[in-house]
Design a protein around this ligand. Sequence first.
Ligand code: ADP
Length: 202
Amino acid sequence: MKGKLITLEGIDGSGKSTITERLRSNPDFKDFVFTREPTTGWIGDAVNRAIHSDTDDLAELLLFTADHAEHISKLILPALESGQNVISDRYSGSRYAYQAVTLKGKFPEPMEWIQQIHRGWTVDPDLTVLFDIDPKISVERCGNRGEQTKFEKIDFLEEVRANYLKLAEAHPERFVIINTDRPVDEIEKDVLEAIFSLVGTR
Ligand code: ADP
């Protein structure tokens, strides 16, 4: 596998899409493949239906995981194998962080269980940029864009944020934590530095 896999993770409103748009329009990234989860395929549509409805939490996780499987085999692996670098706005880390909260109390150790069902077929990222922010600020930002989902509640997002930080602590070799309660230009500079230190300088 020659290409590198870079994932952008963080709670809603942490600034992932804003930075992704900047990277997309940066000529240094013209050969990168940009993608996202949920995907824009039909399984991704099903995930979006689940997100915007009162779907069973386990059913929702399994839809997300099905979408991830399709994403891996149809886009991620072929791109990496052909030597392309891939940037995904959300990836498996979102499941580990979010669904470990939605499934809390349903069975023991949900985060470990979710990671286990990904093992053996998922592709671990070479770099995960964690957009870290206080949910009080991110929810306010999301409020400004006026499209709230059931996940965009402060208490819920505090638990998701804690899970992301736990993942980062467990995988310091690939996580870079970026404080996104700052001007976009500063965040972009740090994200570029993290990516170029992986793929080589521009
Ligand atoms: P995400 O993709 O992580 O959900 P977005 O990039 O969509 O987050 O950002 C959510 C909202 O916050 C948007 O309205 C965006 O314009 C705004 N925003 C993003 N980054 C910043 C920042 N660094 N400072 C202030 N507002 C921001």
